[in-house]
Write a protein that binds this ligand. Structure first.
Ligand code: AMP
Length: 205
């Protein structure tokens, strides 16, 4: 199965990807994670992407498409994956159509104000990547690892990322609806409630 996880930043795509990965044995490809790993490793790609990430802007299409193209070429026919955070523009979606056939696009719907609330309290485990709430935990509840806040999870950058989402990414909902690939999910509430909706929608489709 080859899926795209679509939705605003903080809609829960990464959290649901971890749950889906276990259930359907799909590789999880997060373009944001790839950029953050490159930044950690101090690669030219990471340093280039940082300017855009810190400003809440999208990394230019050519850079992202080259990176995703290289990643997708590692997959053999029949091997499944979920794309998390890609595509984010129509140009990227058109590019993706030249690279692979998709089985579905899950759209995670959450109102903007709930997103701001989620992201201003989001913490990520340095050790296992688990996402949690900074007001509820001092250490990762899954592995005891140290928690950190993402640089772009401050209110000003969050609002910019949401604006960019509405301007550049939201039109992909129609793009995939017209291709009959769209599966819309109410992504409010706790992760396990959302996951139940995902499974019901995906497995009854
Ligand atoms: P994410 O972890 O998906 O929230 O992505 C973090 C940041 O990485 C975004 O705010 C963008 O600056 C950049 N990024 C990730 N994926 C893409 C993409 N498909 N196109 C452009 N920029 C991206």
């Amino acid at each position: 199965m080859r899926l795209v996880l679509l939705g605003a930043p903080g809609a829960g795509k990464g959290t649901q990807a971890v749950l889906l990965k276990e259930r359907h044995n799909l590789a999880h490809i997060s373009t944001g994670d790839i950029f953050r790993q490159n930044l950690k490793d101090n690669t030219p790609l990471g340093l280039e992407a940082k300017k855009f990430m810190d400003a809440g802007q999208l990394v230019p299409d050519e850079i992202v498409m080259k990176m995703v193209g290289a990643k997708l070429s590692e997959f053999k026919p029949g091997e499944g994956f979920m794309l998390d955070g890609f595509p984010r523009t129509v140009a990227q979606a058109e590019f993706l159509e030249t690279q692979t056939k998709l089985d579905g696009v899950i759209m995670f719907k959450v109102p903007d104000e709930a997103i701001v609330k989620r992201l201003t309290s989001r913490a990520v485990c340095k050790n296992c990547g688990n996402v949690t709430n900074i007001h509820e935990h001092d250490k990762c509840p899954a592995c005891g690892g140290e928690l950190y806040r993402r640089d772009d999870d401050n209110e000003q950058t969050i609002r910019e990322r949401l604006k960019v989402y509405h301007e550049q990414t939201e039109s992909l909902v129609d793009f995939y609806r017209t291709r009959n690939l769209l599966l819309e999910i109410d992504a409010t509430g706790m992760p396990d409630e959302v996951f139940t909706r995902v499974i019901e929608t995906l497995e009854n489709d």
